[in-house]
Design a protein around this ligand. Sequence first.
Ligand code: KIV
Ligand code: ZN
Length: 519
Amino acid sequence: MLKNNKILIFDTTLRDGEQSPGCSMNLSEKLKIFEMLQALNVDIVEAGFAIASDGDFEAIKEISKIAKNTKVCSLARAAKDDIDRAHEALQAAFNFRIHTFIATSDLHMKYKLRMSREQVLENIKESVLYARNLCDDVEWSAEDGSRSDFDFLCQCVEIAIKSGANTINIPDTVGYSIPGEFQELINKIRNKVSNIDKAIISVHCHNDLGLAVANSLAALDAGARQVECTINGIGERAGNASMEEIVMAIKTRKDYIPFYTDVNTKKIVQSSRLLSAITGFAVQPNKAIVGANAFAHESGIHQDGMLKHNQTYEIMSPESVGLSKSKLVLGKHSGRHAFKQKLIEMGYNLGDNFVNEAFKRFKDLSDKKKDIYDKDLVALVDNEVNLNDEIIKLVNLNVNCGSTRNPKISVKIDYKGKIIEKTKSGNGPVDSIFKAINSVIQNNAKLELFQIHAVTKGTDAQAEVTVRLNEDGLSVNGLASDTDTMVASANAYIVALNKLIEKRKKRTSGIGISSSTNY
Ligand code: KIV
Ligand code: ZN
């Protein structure tokens, strides 16, 4: 049984988070995020929505195989086929949960489900009983719970618990609630539902009014003991409650919030960074906890205060979220062993082949860049992850451009072992590079995002480029870094094209397309 002051962290980065436009991940990316969530020590991971696509099913199945202490969960609508598919995907997990849901607001029931209240009540009973026969751990959610008729919502909750649900989730699906109001809702449910003590109350808040974290924290005070959240707050529309903000608020304000989580907060920055690298969703600089400026002190008065005592302007330490001062790490003459050791210290436990390749790139980098910082190594590892085992590889790039001439670009590409060279001119060097690559790899992809940021300070910094492509609804991200912005751009574009090729193959074989399912 749950200790009274422990808050369960239910992470839905791989389900609600992945559902947001541009955030889709392939299997190996989902496995990497899962390993990270496991290292963070979250309690439950919602790994996907098994019936939504074969890709989701496959990801839940593979995640179930590697899960250790973490409970793995699949979402399922209130229908037998959905529940069976979730159950099948979770089979290999040591510890698993089926999460079934149906909308309970009049608006959703009338226009979306076209069901009466009686039908919804019957449906809850049947689906929860069915799920509970397959699995000991069943969560039931009232979609659009915060906009549902209160008495009807209580009837639904009561039936769900009677049918065997051990967690009752009250979502603020459209991010409409205000903290005081949401807290009162949870309080009233606790007072009105006769069997509520037989279930754990969970909350799932969206961020449409920027209140997802505030609403989730307010609900704790009213008795909720599980919070559903995502890394960096990614998710449908404005996103979900951000995991790092929830966890650090509970940790930092333990004087006021008398609870704890089991999350290893020192892994927070690394997980934020990994998710951004995989999805191409950069975190805004002033984002709480994980933004680049979250621990920066620019003004003279603040800097002076910090030098005298760091608690003058710091309510939590950068180290507590895993942020070490960007240190000068290794130099031109550092060896492979020191390099590997440094990666381990930074939380990367990588195979020897991977380390060897990354070490070669480190040596190249140290020839070009005088000072190499932690952030350079993170970018280098991300780059190596993305450029590994690809069908298309950049062999060589030559750029000729300037203010008085039209750009002329030549690229040499290794495409399935065949070297192809193309020369193109376009509207500036980036357009020319992408045109040259497109003349080798035929595609109809639209460029949805092109973003550059400097990994560290200094004019010799590495550029990190993110590219997002969309071809007929298949959305992919590419990320690459290099001291040469044009090389980074070409590689990011190639990483995205490699992912597109993989997705196209799965679409034709019917495997692995993450669809945004209507439910
Ligand atoms: O926002 C929501 O209501 C959901 C449910 C499926 C839990 O994501
Ligand atoms: Zn949601």
